[in-house]
Design a protein around this ligand. Structure first.
Ligand SMILES: Cc1cc2nc3c(=O)[nH]c(=O)nc-3n(C[C@H](O)[C@H](O)[C@H](O)COP(=O)(O)OP(=O)(O)OC[C@H]3O[C@@H](n4cnc5c(N)ncnc54)[C@H](O)[C@@H]3O)c2cc1C
Length: 535
């Protein structure tokens, strides 16, 4: 590319070649646009943000089908990923595992499972979600983008954006040389406080009611499986192996994530309020991490033979909300527009929904007078969904010491997520046009009130009442048997739950059965759906 003439005007410049930027660049190429993808660093490189969700993977699958990206489609499921890309590391994510701890307490697991929550996301490994080893994953997507004709420029530090007669002019440096690029439209995919944040001085808006939080993390080798430590005492068979999941360890004011990859690396880190981060001394890196593990016997055991493979990274302020999300000739991807917290892995689905919406605008409105209005609508929706995510996660932070309420609030998220996934898979996207159903006239409004209540100090009676109200709110959307007392906080994925609740999705049992077959719910149906896509 560097040998070519840069003195031209591309239709679209995508700045930042994480998965979000590369995917959008590929789609824009498929839509016939000329595209330049600009990256500050070089691939492969390590970035954080690794755990996918059913909705993220469904969006990958839908984007791959709609925009004819056959190289991307296998990445939507653990089985096809491993078969088609054995050298691209990933982890197996069968669900979301939560354990509650009191720092410093030596107590073992509660035999009645009141200190845990297991929510399965898939019935078996083949069609399970994944943890993306981003060094490999993002590198693959950049190479695929280039194969589709995207011009890729790396090691470019852009510093300015100017809107000049018919094009945006981007200026920066590469190896000490000035670089100037021109494009009719710019998508900023550089993450929070990224390129346009500085170049256009977009400023920051607050996330009302969200606590100030920090993160500390690294990649480790030699991490044992939690199920093999003495901490794990139950003889019941869980809905999935508890380590093949996004594992969350919750304590008052913070939480730890543990994500295992198939290449022997485990990603682990902690996010916590400023109060807890300063008590633990996050700025000290390894020492803070070791101090925290000392207070959680299960993790001390699990990490006894672990070694950090990379220096610890401390993010002193996690949350971010851009002062603006779009303007003349530019838009931020949701991942550049804001970030709340890694809890519940909301970053990928929000980013991918943004990619989907921008792709639709490029497809339908490129070169029309409606283009700018549609981009502004996208910006407003991106902001509303960020705020809705912040309300949920703020409520979760407020209840980390009150685990039963934390569990109920999590079920609210899982109810919205599983309902959304099922509705989309049934071809009924109109039922679920917003993330977390936050714009649903009933669910969105009532949930916002529940989050607000959860953030206040509560008596035991008030907690119990809030839990009851949450379960009532989710009932019309609950297609996964969530909250059923006899399940004692373990929720498998059962076809019978979907079938019994088909009416909530405005679907018949036959439609649900056909959908389950299409998405490979059983081993037989995987073979069928693979044949359907011509593999
Ligand atoms: C601690 C932590 C944990 C997280 N865990 C999860 C999780 O488990 N699941 C989840 O869904 N989300 C998670 N997230 C959010 C997730 O990281 C983001 O949603 C995701 O990385 C967004 O991807 P992206 O491709 O849009 O941008 P990014 O991954 O942020 O990539 C941005 C790219 O832009 C490049 N770049 C930056 N500045 C410039 C510049 N000026 N010029 C050119 N290039 C530039 C960077 O080098 C990088 O390649 C987490 C976030 C944090 C902070």
């Amino acid at each position: 590319m560097w040998g070519n003439d840069l003195n031209r005007t591309w239709d679209i410049a995508v700045v930042g070649s994480g998965f979000g930027g590369s995917l959008l660049a590929m789609i824009a190429r498929r839509l016939g646009r000329s595209v330049v993808l600009v990256e500050r660093g070089t691939h492969p490189r390590v970035v954080i943000g690794e755990s996918s969700t059913p909705l993220s993977n469904l969006l990958i699958e839908e984007l791959a089908a709609r925009y004819d990206l056959p190289a991307v489609r296998p990445l939507a499921k653990w089985g096809s990923w491993r078969r088609d890309y054995p050298d691209v590391a990933c982890g197996l994510k069968r669900g979301f595992t939560f354990h509650h701890h009191r720092l410093g307490s030596q107590a073992a697991e509660d035999s009645n499972r009141q200190d845990q929550l297991l929510v399965a996301a898939s019935p078996r490994d083949e069609i399970a979600d994944t943890h993306w080893y981003r060094a490999d994953f993002d590198h693959l997507l950049v190479k695929e983008a280039q194969k589709l004709g995207v011009d890729y420029l790396d090691r470019v530090a852009l510093h300015s954006f100017t809107d000049k007669s018919g094009a945006a002019v981007l200026e920066g440096r590469r190896d000490g040389q000035e670089v100037t690029l021109q494009a009719r439209f710019v998508v900023d995919a550089t993450g929070p406080r990224g390129f346009l944040h500085h170049a256009l001085r977009l400023g920051e808006n607050g996330l009302p009611g969200f606590p100030a939080t920090q993160a500390l993390y690294s990649h480790f080798s030699g991490v044992r499986r939690l199920a093999e430590t003495p901490f794990h005492r139950t003889t019941d068979v869980p809905p999935y192996p508890i380590d093949d999941a996004a594992v969350h360890h919750i304590f008052d004011g913070g939480w730890i994530w543990v994500l295992r990859f198939g290449n022997g690396i485990t990603s682990a880190g902690v996010a916590a309020t400023d109060r807890v981060a300063s008590q633990l001394g996050f700025a000290d890196g390894l020492a803070a991490w070791e101090g925290l593990l000392e207070q959680i016997p299960a993790l001390r055991e699990q990490f006894a033979t672990a070694r950090a493979e990379r220096p610890f990274i401390h993010i002193p302020r996690l949350s971010f909300r851009s002062g603006a999300i779009a303007g003349p000739r530019w838009a931020l991807l949701p991942s550049a527009a804001g970030f709340v917290d890694p809890l519940l892995s909301t970053g990928f689905p929000l980013t991918l929904m943004g990619v989907e919406r921008l792709a639709a605008i490029l497809e339908q409105e490129w070169g029309t007078v409606a283009f700018n209005d549609r981009v502004q609508t996208y910006a407003a929706q991106t902001d509303r969904e960020l705020l809705a995510t912040a309300r949920l996660v703020a409520a979760l932070y407020a209840t980390m010491k009150n685990f039963p309420v934390f569990v109920a609030l999590s079920l609210l998220y899982f109810a919205a997520a599983s309902y959304s996934e099922a509705a989309r898979r049934l071809g009924k996207p109109h039922l679920v046009s917003s993330f977390l159903l936050c714009e649903h006239p009933v669910f969105g409004t009532v949930s916002a009130g529940l989050f607000e209540r959860a953030r206040r100090a509560m008596t035991a009676d008030e907690s119990a009442e809030l839990i009851r109200d949450i379960l009532t709110t989710i009932e019309p959307f609950n297609v996964a048997g969530l909250g059923r007392a006899e399940r004692r906080n373990w929720y498998p994925v059962e076809a019978s739950d979907l079938l019994e609740n088909a009416h909530k999705l405005e679907a018949s049992r036959q439609e649900v059965l056909a959908m389950l077959a299409r998405c490979g719910f059983t081993a037989d149906s995987t073979a069928q759906s693979d044949r359907g896509r011509g593999d």
